[in-house]
Design a protein around this ligand. Structure first.
Ligand SMILES: [Zn+2]
Length: 238
């Protein structure tokens, strides 16, 4: 890619990055890749935890370097390719000593295994995707600490069997992947989706404090309170 292209891409990304400051944690949002999945940088001091690395490893690496951040881990809300395409390349490019693990529920391993063919199918062109190397399975984990980031794993199957949300009670924020969007819920028409599980998962999210800020896997942020009515309607339709 030529430098001019790169410059215009920078400008575009700089416009898109939304800067929101929590109590102790800074949150940056970058919609990346053809499907514009939200990649979030969670920052405390110089430590950065990434939620859903999406599909632009070189951009992420440049941005980490530009902000002088140390990547302490990567989290995936679920195994769909548009949320994790960059992981293999990120892990390979950072070298053996500092390979950041991907934390993901192993119930979505089948999606990770077929990521390349699914991406080819949905994006309409062939590309080489480096395999995900090091994984920590979130299946039976409900709270976790990575560096100084302490948060809860809320298991929210439905959109995929291994979908999870990352809840930071001290910051009153939750990252919901493709389970909950502003004004909508994720798809439930794939063969492996479960409507029954999806209903239960949404009910769990409605129990969170109303003021909790919701950072979804696509599009804009919202709050639990703002989504209450639309989620109740979705539960009835499921
Ligand atoms: Zn998805």
């Amino acid at each position: 890619m030529g430098s001019q292209d790169k410059d215009s891409r920078w400008m575009r990304f700089r416009r898109m990055a939304k800067n929101v400051t929590g109590k102790n944690m800074k949150i940056l949002k970058y919609p990346l890749g053809q499907l514009q999945a939200n990649c979030y940088f969670l920052i405390q001091g110089s430590d950065c935890l990434i939620i859903d690395p999406a599909d632009d490893a070189s951009f992420i690496a440049e941005e980490l370097q530009r902000r002088r951040l140390k990547l302490v881990g990567m989290l995936a809300t679920h195994g769909h390719f548009d949320h994790i395409l960059a992981v293999g390349e990120m892990q390979a490019s950072l070298g053996k000593r500092r390979v950041p693990y991907l934390h993901v529920n192993q119930k979505d391993q089948f999606l990770i295994d077929r990521m390349e063919e699914t991406a080819d199918h949905f994006l309409g062109f062939k590309q080489t995707i480096l395999p995900v190397d090091k994984i920590i399975n979130l299946e039976n984990i409900y709270s976790i600490r990575i560096s100084n980031f302490k948060f809860e794993i809320i298991h929210t199957p439905g959109h995929t069997p291994g979908s999870v949300c990352f809840y930071f009670p001290e910051e009153s924020v939750i990252f919901t992947g493709d389970t909950l969007f502003k004004g909508a819920i994720g798809r439930y028409d794939f063969s492996y989706c479960s409507r029954e599980d999806f209903k239960k998962s949404l009910k769990k999210l409605l129990k969170l404090p109303k003021k909790t800020t919701v950072y979804p896997g696509h599009e804009d942020m919202t709050t639990v309170e703002n989504e209450n009515q639309s989620v109740l309607q979705s539960i009835n339709r499921l």
